[in-house]
Write a protein that binds this ligand. Structure first.
Ligand SMILES: CC(C)(COP(=O)(O)OP(=O)(O)OC[C@H]1O[C@@H](n2cnc3c(N)ncnc32)[C@H](O)[C@@H]1OP(=O)(O)O)[C@@H](O)C(=O)NCCC(=O)NCCS
Length: 183
């Protein structure tokens, strides 16, 4: 499904450069490893807080590519000047939640505020709309992640729940919001 729906696309960024939005491939493993480890080192507000290894990243990417083939994952990366600088996905739930897809986004620090998250998100949400098995797209975001929340509201997500003390972040317990995309 993602194979048919996620066609490569070139987009102009705010600084005039062109990024390529495309599906990840097996050969991207080292770049994806650098990508996730840079976010972990920065201590951004994502679930993962431990650096990963090439071996684990290979396994993770193999599973992701399998899920893309099975149609349970739509996943695109943004490539800028030959480097993967952004990642965006929607992953379908299982069984009685197979109509629900969870969206996730991240962009490397030195490439933020160029509009990459916006173009990646619009791309993947349009794919989600074409996938008729998806009835609801949702996300989870830390209450303190104001930048991400502002992005999500612009994209049409609305807060539907606040989960108290759901996340450990910098030694404190933090609330998390659940947001649904209004269709
Ligand atoms: C949140 C994140 C994905 C935004 O990526 P980005 O490529 O910089 O976003 P864009 O340039 O497309 O900006 C989109 C909107 O997000 C909001 N935003 C992004 N950065 C912001 C900032 N520093 N301050 C305030 N709002 C911000 C704004 O509403 C912005 O729209 P605008 O440019 O019209 O003001 C990026 O900061 C990131 O990856 N952060 C670390 C990982 C993370 O938090 N992921 C989300 C986990 S839930």
């Amino acid at each position: 499904m993602c194979i048919k729906l996620c066609k490569p696309k070139r987009v102009k960024l705010k600084d005039g450069r062109t990024a390529l939005l495309r599906r990840p491939e097996k050969k991207d493993v080292r770049q994806l490893l650098d990508f996730i480890n840079a976010l972990v080192d920065e201590d951004v507000m994502i679930l993962m807080n431990k650096r990963t290894t090439l071996k684990d990243e290979r396994k993770w990417l193999k599973d992701a590519l399998d899920n893309i083939r099975k149609g349970t994952l739509h996943y695109v990366v943004a490539e800028l000047d030959g480097r993967i600088v952004g990642s965006c996905s929607i992953k379908k739930g299982k069984w009685r939640e197979s109509h629900v897809a969870e969206y996730a986004i991240s962009v490397l620090a030195d490439c933020r505020r160029l509009g990459i998250a916006t173009v990646l998100s619009k791309y993947i949400l349009a794919v989600g709309k074409k996938d008729k098995s998806i009835k609801l797209i949702m996300l989870q975001v830390y209450a303190a992640n104001k930048k991400a929340k502002a992005l999500y509201e612009k994209l049409g997500f609305r807060e539907v729940a606040r989960l108290p003390k759901r996340i450990q972040y910098k030694g404190k317990l933090m609330d998390e919001f659940v947001m649904d995309l209004k269709r």
